[in-house]
Design a protein around this ligand. Sequence first.
Ligand code: 4NP
Length: 152
Amino acid sequence: MKILMVCLGNICRSPLAEGILKSKLPQDFIIDSAGTISLHEGENPDKRAVATAKNHSVDISKQRSRPITTKDFEVFDKIYCMDLSVMEDVISLAKDDIHREKVSLFLEEAMIPGNNYEVFDPYWSEMDGFERVYKLLDEASENIKIKLTSNS
Ligand code: 4NP
């Protein structure tokens, strides 16, 4: 199973989601992340995201930002988006229904209700915003892990 986590810049939310989910799932799951914009391409995750993950013993420091491409729809089985605007942009890149069906909101898949199933963007907040995003993604990843590993 190959899973792609997607946010806007691929330096805050989706790198955290990638690191957290990777830390919970067996090694035969391939987890990656990407952004819908290429503004931060090649950069490591935001220092605040790296520090927050480190506080929870998850290392995301070596990840590098990259934009999502149409090839990702061939490679990945599931494409989890962090918010509705990201999902809209991702769906606009899908070439057919098979590719569109791979795309969903991470929190909706993880059955974490509230705020239209969106992971708020912590980019403009302080460290406490990153910690709240971490907690949300951690809870969601726990649910996704149960969902993806329960019938195998
Ligand atoms: P992310 O956060 O989508 O969670 O990686 C952001 C990162 C960068 C920007 C916005 C959001 N930016 O405008 O550069």
